[in-house]
Design a protein around this ligand. Structure first.
Ligand code: ADP
Ligand code: MG
Length: 699
């Protein structure tokens, strides 16, 4: 066990509030702080002073370069390093960094996805400093979190719409709070993302082209043991993994990331890391960094960290739980039930806003987590179904029922529910029951959105969630602000929302077949099973109207995003398909052939020595494997054709449908026969490490 002085190293590579307060002049600090806390426009005059202190601090801490760090629509972060050096007249160099360089960058944007937003000749893109997320040092480079937009000002990244959605929610939530007599400086959403991942041995990883090219195994028969015994979940952490986690924590803490909980997950070789929650924008940046550093640290320990949603068939894949809430500048959590009736009424209204948002914009939430990788998990009885619903737990459900029916609430006190009336009972946070099958669950003082894939940026779901909740709140504020009798209007409103949106509430088993029936046939909830089904809904009229009204996106940006996400889906699957045909032709078929030939020769030599020997094992295996090689070869050709014909689709939506209906089923078919052959072939002849080796080789 390494000795670490955690408070000392925590945030040591971050230009955080402590550093700013210590190094910036009083005026500059106050002005910057106002921008950070209250979302006031940045006073550009302070940039020079901030840049100069940032540079000094960075250089003192070993940095030689700086970069505008941003999150293009590739899903990973991007950076281009510039050194601080400027030639000095004496032939040497000095370290320089100007306010202009801090505020604005002009990277060549032509190789980032833009979904038709920008012709390639308009290559220019801009990055602009996001002062609300602290700059930090990574690999001797000062990283400045930035937003990224095109020459025409359209957002080309995930941060910009996320920040806009936070502003939208802030605007509307403050209106509501004012009605309750609460004047606050701001309301922010907070997020704690629980991150799952796999760790496998690096040598094994490198032997598998499917893992190298696609991050997941495309073939592989199940080993005799998988996750049946539930012996891995919360199990004792293996020494090599412990060493990795120690190293990882240290790196994350230095970057000011609040890494808190770590444990083994359900599948063999699967683990989880959860930080303490923070403001959504910061949590998003931190989660991107966490994923990056996990991969880097794993390599150092001769392992590879797999962030793919479904690296192995037959055992659980990896997801991410987005714990989400809203809080005021004074730290009051708006989803905390509170102690007094009046707080309860306010809580119930915010609760209603979330319920309505999830119901009205199920499709947006679903598509915000849609990727080729995550399609393997949702609805596969290891993660929530593709149908979005809300779990409230018994207590809150009973309270809402009581309000809806004007009946006594049976819980604490037997009183008629009338909001704002003194008799409204107290209720405490519901901590007893949990429901792992629900996509969107209330967990005491926050909601947990559980449908995210492990490699997803959490920006996507949070921008949709924030915007949708802002829309509910806006409708409520519009109605209540002019109401002659606030309390009775509030009561009516809450009743109405419960009546209208109770179809989204479901406390039962989300994995059951009956739920799918009920949800889709009786309740009319949407069941968007794949990315190809979900993504086009981004452009549904109601969604475009809501997202543009709250200025989270422009219509142009939405069109481009839909295109990019579908393109990403098609390209991802297409790479997988090509990897499969490649592996089948170049590795699997030749290896099985070799084994067949060995068996044939063996049979011949046995018969030469013992002419009466039946050789039924050898001949039987030859017959079975030879039939399988024929089928594998045929299925490979069929998959190839399906991949080829994607080029003929007239648009990206059609291509994505062909991927879903034609390519993916053919990949499954090919895999089935290769996996069958694996079970019959001498391991010495099999070209790639087996599932057993991949899943159980790290100690
Ligand atoms: P559970 O065990 O119920 O999942 P935890 O308390 O361990 O809950 O929290 C899981 C995650 O939720 C952690 O990242 C935690 O920081 C985060 N979290 C807790 N409270 C909030 C909140 N008010 N807003 C957002 N995230 C929160
Ligand atoms: Mg949790």
């Amino acid at each position: 066990m390494k000795k670490q002085n955690v408070p000392e190293i925590f945030g040591s590579l971050v230009f955080d509030d402590r550093v700013m307060r210590a190094r910036l002049s009083g005026d500059v600090y106050a002005s910057l702080k106002k921008t950070i806390d209250e979302n006031v426009r940045l006073d550009e005059k302070i940039a020079e002073a901030v840049a100069s202190e940032m540079r000094d601090w960075a250089v003192e801490n070993g940095a030689t370069h700086f970069t505008h760090w941003f999150q293009p629509l590739t899903g990973v972060t991007a950076e281009k390093h510039d050194s601080f050096i400027t030639p000095s007249p004496d032939g040497g160099v000095i370290m320089e960094f100007s306010g202009k360089e801090l505020i604005k960058g002009e990277p060549d944007a032509s190789s980032f996805p833009s979904g038709g937003l920008r012709a390639t000749f308009e290559a220019r893109g801009y990055t602009t400093w996001d002062p609300t997320s602290f700059a930090f040092i990574k690999d001797h480079t000062l990283c400045i979190p930035t937003a990224f937009c095109s020459y025409s000002g359209d957002a080309l990244d995930k941060k910009t719409p996320l920040l806009r959605s936070m502003q939208a929610l802030n605007r509307q939530a403050k209106r509501i709070l004012k009605l309750f007599g609460n004047e606050v400086k701001y309301v922010r959403t907070s997020v704690g993302p629980e991150q799952e991942y796999f760790l496998i041995d690096k040598d094994m990883f490198e032997k598998r082209p499917d893992l190298v090219y696609t991050g997941r195994t495309l073939f592989g028969a199940m080993p005799p043991k998988g996750q049946e015994l539930d012996d891995h979940y919360f199990g004792v952490i293996k020494p090599r993994v412990t060493a990795f986690m120690e190293d990882l924590n240290e790196e994350l803490w230095k970057l000011g990331i609040l890494a808190k909980t770590e444990h083994n997950e359900v599948a063999p070789a699967q683990h989880e890391l959860a930080p303490i929650f923070s403001t959504t924008n910061v949590a998003t940046d931190n989660n991107q960094l966490t994923m990056e550093i996990m991969q880097k640290v794993a390599r150092r320990h001769n392992m590879v960290c797999l962030l793919h949603e479904k690296p192995f068939a037959g055992v659980n894949g990896s997801g991410k739980h987005n714990n989400w809430s809203m809080a005021t500048d004074t730290g009051a959590n708006l989803l905390s039930p509170g102690e007094t009736p009046y707080e309860n009424a306010q809580f119930l209204l915010f609760l209603c806003a979330v319920i309505q948002a999830v119901d009205d914009y199920q499709d947006l939430l679903r598509l915000s987590v849609a990727t080729a990788g995550n399609d393997h998990r949702l609805g596969a009885n290891e993660a929530p179904p593709a149908i979005i619903s809300v779990f409230l737990g018994d207590e809150l459900t009973e309270i809402l029922e009581a309000i809806k029916n004007d009946t006594p609430y049976k819980g604490a006190e037997k009183v008629i529910m009338k909001l704002g009336v003194h008799a409204l009972p107290r209720f405490s946070r519901d901590t007893t029951d949990r429901n792992r099958t629900s996509p969107f669950a209330f967990t005491g003082n926050k909601f947990e959105f559980r449908s995210l894939g492990s490699s997803n940026s959490i920006a996507c779901c949070n921008m949709m969630l924030n915007a949708a909740v802002a829309e509910s709140l806006k409708q409520y504020a519009d109605r209540l602000e002019g109401a002659p009798d606030f309390e009775s209007s509030l009561h009516e409103l809450i009743k109405e929302v419960i009546n209208k949106h109770e179809r989204i509430l479901f406390n039962g088993n989300g994995y059951g077949e009956e739920w799918i029936e009920e949800a889709t046939k009786v309740r009319g909830l949407s069941n968007l099973k794949t990315t190809a089904d979900a993504m086009p809904h981004l452009l549904d009229k109601k969604n475009v109207e809501m997202l543009t009204a709250h200025k989270v996106f422009t219509e142009t940006e939405l069109n481009s995003r839909c295109e990019i996400m579908l393109e990403n889906y098609c390209k991802t699957v297409s790479i997988e398909g090509h990897t499969m045909t490649d592996m089948a032709r170049k590795n699997y078929l030749p290896s099985i052939e070799e084994y067949l030939s060995k068996l044939a020769k063996t049979t011949e030599s046995i018969k030469a020595v013992a002419p009466n020997a039946k050789c039924s094992y050898e001949i039987g295996t030859i017959e079975k494997l030879s039939e399988l090689t024929d089928i594998i070869s045929e299925k490979t050709d069929i998959l190839d054709k399906a991949l080829d014909s994607l080029k003929e689709c007239e648009n990206i939506k059609k291509t994505s449908e062909a991927v879903r209906d034609d390519v993916l089923p053919k990949m499954d078919e090919l895999r089935r026969y290769v996996d069958e052959a694996e079970m019959l072939t001498d391991e010495k002849y099999w070209p790639f490490p087996s599932y057993g080796k991949l899943l159980f080789s790290v100690y």
